[in-house]
Design a protein around this ligand. Structure first.
Ligand code: UFG
Length: 324
């Protein structure tokens, strides 16, 4: 099967390409390399291109003739989306429309879309089920919800995967996240442990949780990649359009992540409590029953220690080899 992977040179995309490649899919990665890297594409062919470039998109579709599309090319930093909403609506919504138009033109009817737990906003209850209220609290979340809605109106069989907190890296240190200014908790923790930052700031310790810090459902990037392969197989087997949470169904507080990082990396580092970060839901945990039941999702790395260890080992390489 031929799969067109938009954004396949980025952090999550490169793991999806690896998972597809290991299963023998014929892959074409389309990526503008704004945050991705050519070296991260371990399988298939890479075409450097932008989703705003309809001509190149059409040329690529006409040569490659994909059976299915996986779309995860997007801007993903929540605070940046608040600062530059139009950049997000353009990159994430308009460019998705271009891709969907190209699918329509070339009769590609299977589409896996990378959505986000950000579509739920601040959920009323946790774990969050897929049919709960969708109330994003930032432009990033709205862009993901809009694309989900647009897909519903099209005669395209699609699966929207709502990612919770993705982290970790390849155990063999071939691929992982490369960012200069990290915002994500696990990356910031391991960088602080490695001495790259002086102190880990904890945004808020007065939340209504056991230790007062926010709780998230951290999923290893390889399990998330596996969810995409399952979603694709589901569509190829004639599965109806659907939406699935991608998380493990339980969470860890910021303090638990900090303490686990100190333990796994065997280093103590300073922390400081700061003001709450705007737009942070206190708790965000996936109800993962649906994906486990319908897609037979069986996580292999539901283990915070493994997630942090692989993130830490990868981060060492990022700095040693100055990958950013
Ligand atoms: N945090 C800190 N200190 C830091 C970094 C983060 O205390 O230095 C806290 C945050 O305030 C939050 C938690 O750690 O409570 C997790 O924060 P992240 O930035 O790692 O992740 P988010 O939960 O904010 O967001 C992530 C993705 C979004 C996605 C969301 C869905 O970045 O794209 O998960 O769950 F929408």
């Amino acid at each position: 099967m031929k799969v067109f992977v938009a954004g396949g040179a980025g952090y999550i995309g490169s793991f999806i390409v690896k998972a597809l490649g290991e299963k023998g899919y014929d892959i074409l990665v389309y990526d503008n390399l704004s945050t991705g890297h050519a070296w991260a594409v371990l399988y298939g062919e890479l075409i450097r291109g932008d989703l705003n470039d309809n001509k190149t998109l059409e040329d690529v579709f006409s040569c490659f003739k994909p059976d299915a599309v996986i779309h995860m090319a997007a801007s993903i930093v929540v605070p940046e989306s608040v600062k530059y909403p139009l950049k997000y609506y353009r990159n994430n919504v308009i460019n998705s429309i271009n891709l969907m138009e190209t699918c329509e033109k070339f009769n590609v009817k299977k589409f896996v879309f990378s959505s986000s737990a950000a579509v739920y906003g601040i959920p009323r209850v946790n774990p969050v089920e897929e049919d709960m209220a969708l109330n994003p609290i930032n432009p990033y979340g709205y862009t993901k919800l809009m694309v989900e809605k647009i897909l519903q109106d099209l005669p395209i069989q699609h699966v929207c995967l709502r990612y919770f907190n993705v982290a970790g890296a390849d155990e063999k240190r071939r691929i992982g996240q490369v960012v200069k200014d990290a915002t994500h908790l696990i990356t910031r923790c391991v960088r602080t442990a490695l001495g790259k930052y002086r102190c880990l700031e904890i945004y808020g310790n007065d939340y209504d949780t056991d230790d007062g810090t926010c709780i998230r459902d951290y999923i290893h990037v390889e399990d998330l990649a596996q969810a995409h392969v399952l979603a694709l197989d589901y569509l190829m087997d004639g599965g109806n359009s659907n939406v699935f949470n991608c998380g493990y169904g339980h969470g860890y507080s910021v303090l638990e992540v900090v303490n686990k990082t100190k333990e796994v990396m065997n280093i103590n580092f300073p922390t400081k409590f700061k003001e709450r970060r705007e737009g942070d839901p206190p708790v965000l945990i996936a109800d993962s029953k649906k994906i486990r039941k319908m897609l037979h999702f069986k996580p292999q790395h539901d283990d915070l220690e493994f997630i942090i260890r692989t993130a830490g080992n990868w981060e060492k390489k990022v700095w040693e080899e100055k990958l950013f």
